[in-house]
Design a protein around this ligand. Structure first.
Ligand code: ADP
Length: 297
């Protein structure tokens, strides 16, 4: 959209027009006493304001329409991609599980790399689908009872390999034998935990420690994921939960990512009745927090 059609620009124009018009009317009323002059100038003002206002409304409508089309396109494209990706996954797994005999080690390694890339692509497609659902306001969460601590342990186990490869230790801090029952979308909360934990591991960039702390309160549970990694520059911290945000230092260290995980996670948490926030210092580390209401609420 050209600048002169952008709503914010048109609002400024409208403001300037109103100031100019008011000054002109003031001058006219000072100079002429005749009511016809006043009526005519008021008609002219109303027409002008109506035209500019109409232009602003039209450009806002146009923007909303473009956004809707964009998010519908992403949604349809992602849905269409899911089928072929699942098929590739199925075939590759079959090849590695059942038809391995005819393959040498090098061929197996290549197929394994294809499987890894396919999994990454499937995750990206799922992320894009979730973004489209959030943007269209059609995100629906499941409701089921689950133990948060068990889920945290499962997510930690799934990230063990990544942690080992990055020389990172993971520690869970929680009162022993606690049951923390949540009534919510287990899969989505698992995605939130996975995003925070895999980020903490990814953005450490040296030997490090990630601490996951779970504190049960009266009406909610507070989860925090703390790392001693690269941190987020202060000047970029206001944008962290925006779609496609990537910090300057993450790109500098060439740590790969899409900038969708935190946007999706914050939306999942808020839709579940919780809150998400963080604190971070560049080159010292970051701590991400989120809360979830407990079941008895
Ligand atoms: P991705 O990690 O795929 O880029 P996210 O939405 O999860 O996307 O994160 C957005 C950005 O926020 C990252 O690219 C990174 O710059 C920054 N970030 C997130 N978590 C951390 C962390 N624990 N430490 C430092 N930077 C982080």
């Amino acid at each position: 959209m050209p600048v002169w059609q952008a709503p914010s620009f048109l609002f400024i124009v409208m403001g300037v027009v109103i100031v100019v018009i008011m000054s002109v009317v003031y001058l006219i009323t000072q100079k002429y006493d005749a009511p016809e002059v006043l009526i005519l100038s008021e008609i002219a003002i109303v027409t002008l304001l109506f035209t500019v206002g109409n232009f602003i409304i039209q450009s806002i409508e146009q923007m909303a329409k473009t956004n809707k089309m964009k998010s519908e396109f992403v949604s349809i494209a992602s849905h269409q991609l899911k089928g072929p990706l699942a098929q590739i996954n199925w075939e590759v797994e079959l090849l590695l599980a059942k038809n391995r005999e005819g393959l040498n080690e090098k061929q197996c390694a290549i197929i394994k790399r294809i499987a890894d890339s396919n999994e990454r692509m499937a995750r990206l497609v799922n992320d894009l689908l979730d973004v489209a659902r959030i943007d269209q306001g059609s995100l629906v969460l499941n409701q089921e009872r689950f133990d948060l601590l068990q889920l945290v342990k499962k997510v930690v186990e799934n990230n063990r390999f990544l942690a080992k490869a990055n020389n990172v230790e993971i520690e869970i801090v929680c009162k022993e034998n606690q049951k923390i029952v949540i009534n919510g979308d287990r899969r989505r909360i698992g995605i939130v935990l996975d995003n925070l934990l895999s980020n903490a591991i990814k953005y450490i960039n040296r030997k490090g420690l990630v601490k996951i702390k779970i504190v049960k309160k009266k009406h909610e549970v507070l989860v925090s994921v703390k790392d001693n990694g690269i941190g987020i520059p202060l000047w970029q911290q206001d944008n962290v939960f925006e779609k496609f945000f990537r910090s300057a230092n993450a790109s500098r260290y060439q740590i790969t990512g899409t900038g969708l995980g935190l946007y999706i996670s914050k939306n999942f948490v808020e839709k579940s009745g919780g809150k998400m926030w963080f604190k971070s210092e560049e080159n010292k580390g970051s701590e991400f927090f989120f809360t979830l209401p407990l079941e008895d609420n």
